[in-house]
Design a protein around this ligand. Structure first.
Ligand code: NAI
Length: 469
């Protein structure tokens, strides 16, 4: 039994848990974190955002060396893939970053417990350690930040080899000849892109009419065209109904939602990227009657409080977009609330990014959402083809679209399909956070020549006065 009592114990060390814990410690709260995995960082650092970005970066270099360097006058005679090196580079990035969290915990005097945390009472947590022993930790406040796991689909059973989740897709020891991906969301498009660049024939089957989730439909159409041009195959408006391993292949059946027709496909690997579900197994929520909704998300109020006044929940475990930066902001907000401050998250300005090439980044409303709500708006677009820097880089695929309120000109949504969209979107987030208008963006300096000038031209085009085209 631990004789320590903490002001806050956080269960889970993903972006929500570890960023929240650091803020708690900064605010003078005696803080502990319980983590079941061997390393800190949760899905994002270990098997999500970070390793996938490492592979996206490496596979982009490989693809550029094979296809794009010639146009720059750089001739490479024999481009060879060393998958082992690519994967170990990714592993090294992950271990550096997860080790970095340990350093941050020590620096901020945060106590960590390795094991699975289970709620015993409103202020006691039992930690089941990996060596079989248990320890009880006391806390005045508890923050649940246990994240999410891949969704399962009826009729499809993961075997970790032929039918895999994104976790295994980060570690394939050879390049498969054929891969089928279920879902054209962030994971499907990112991991599909990685393996397609490395030489796999990738087919992505998607239930909806468009790719990239609830993206602006005009942008989604353009995105689809560009990815198809890169060699990715898509089957839209189709539902995968079953998948069985028939060594050495996996057989997939899908039904067209348009005509009900069934089709069978074979592949070396099936990646299921059909969303994620909140993870609270073994957490003991039932011991305290903590309320979950029908989809398994823990129900919280606007202060992240569960139906227990001193037990909070944040991140993927709670409703809202399953994004690392959403969890981080909630971690900070909950820390400030526990410390008696006014923690707050502005959900109107959560950006979302798909890190393909080009990248797709959005913040705020789509055109369709504004029409649905009968909000009148002006729209301004501008393509990367007309931007000097994009031309110099040889990366002109894409477009920026800005939607602004018809009366006030306040920015309501920004959608960027283009090179480095993930970085460019921050300008839009800040502008929206300050209640900025398209005129504000249009009148702000943008260094020349930069990709950010496309945003400015799109802002000028809200008033139909772009200069470069
Ligand atoms: P997602 O929810 O973004 O996309 C899943 C897609 O699968 C949907 O478009 C859905 O229509 C489709 N689908 C579901 N069942 C299907 C079926 N039986 N047949 C055909 N299509 C089907 O989920 P994803 O990509 O798995 O990502 C999980 C979570 O992780 C998401 O919340 C995502 O935002 C987050 N994530 C974010 C990343 C980023 O910010 N870049 C990267 C990776 C994941």
């Amino acid at each position: 039994m631990s004789n320590q009592e903490f002001d806050v114990v956080v269960i889970g060390s993903g972006p929500g848990g570890y960023i929240g814990a650091i803020r708690m410690a900064q605010l003078g709260l005696k803080t502990a974190v319980i983590e079941k995995d061997a390393t800190f960082g949760g899905t994002c650092l270990n098997v999500g955002c970070i390793p996938s970005k490492a592979l996206l970066e490496s596979s982009e270099y490989y693809s550029a060396a094979k296809h794009d360097l010639q146009q720059h006058g750089v001739e490479v005679s024999e481009v060879k893939l060393n998958l082992k090196t690519m994967l170990s580079r990714k592993d090294k990035i992950v271990s550096d970053l997860t080790g970095g969290i340990k350093y941050l915990f020590d620096k901020n005097k945060i106590t960590s417990f390795q094991g699975t945390g289970k709620l015993k009472s409103a202020n006691k947590i039992e930690v089941h350690k990996n060596d079989g022993s248990t320890e009880v930790v006391s806390a005045k406040n508890i923050v649940l930040a246990t994240g999410s796991i891949p969704n399962t689909l009826p009729g499809i059973k993961y075997d970790g080899k032929k039918i895999i989740t994104s976790t295994e897709a980060l570690n394939l020891d050879k390049v498969p000849k054929k891969m089928i991906v279920i879902g054209a969301g962030a994971i499907g498009l990112e991991m599909g892109s990685v393996w397609a660049r490395l030489g796999t024939e990738v087919t992505i089957i998607e239930y909806s009419k468009q790719i990239g989730g609830p993206t602006d439909s005009g942008i989604a159409k353009r995105f689809l065209q560009i990815l198809k041009k890169q060699g990715l195959n898509f089957v839209l408006e189709a539902k995968v109904s079953s998948a069985v391993v028939e060594e050495p292949m996996v057989k997939i059946s899908y039904e067209s939602l348009k005509d009900g027709k069934s089709t069978e496909l074979h592949a070396d690997v099936l990646l299921v990227a059909a969303g994620r579900i909140p993870f609270s197994d073994g957490l003991g929520l039932e011991n305290l009657g903590i309320e979950k909704n029908q989809r398994g998300f823990v129900v919280v109020d606007s202060h992240y409080r569960t139906n227990h006044p001193h037990i909070y929940a944040i991140g993927d475990l709670t409703p809202g977009p399953m994004l690392a930066h959403k969890a981080e902001e909630e971690g900070v907000a909950v820390a400030e609330i526990i410390a008696g401050q006014y923690g707050h998250v502005n959900y109107e300005t959560v950006p979302s990014v798909i890190y393909t090439w080009p990248e797709l980044a959005s913040v705020g409303a789509t055109e369709e959402q504004l029409k649905e709500k009968s909000i009148e708006f002006n729209s301004g677009s501008f393509p990367f083809t007309a931007n000097g820097r994009a031309k110099a880089m040889g990366m002109t695929d894409g477009i920026v679209k800005i939607l602004a309120d018809k009366t006030t000109d306040r920015i309501l949504g920004v959608h960027i399909l283009g090179p480095r969209a993930s970085d460019l979107i921050s300008e839009a987030v800040v502008a929206m956070e300050f209640g900025g208008s398209s005129e504000d963006l249009a009148r702000s300096f943008h260094a020349h020549p930069t990709l950010s000038e496309v945003l400015r031209e799109a802002a000028l085009n809200v008033d139909k006065r772009a200069r470069q085209m």
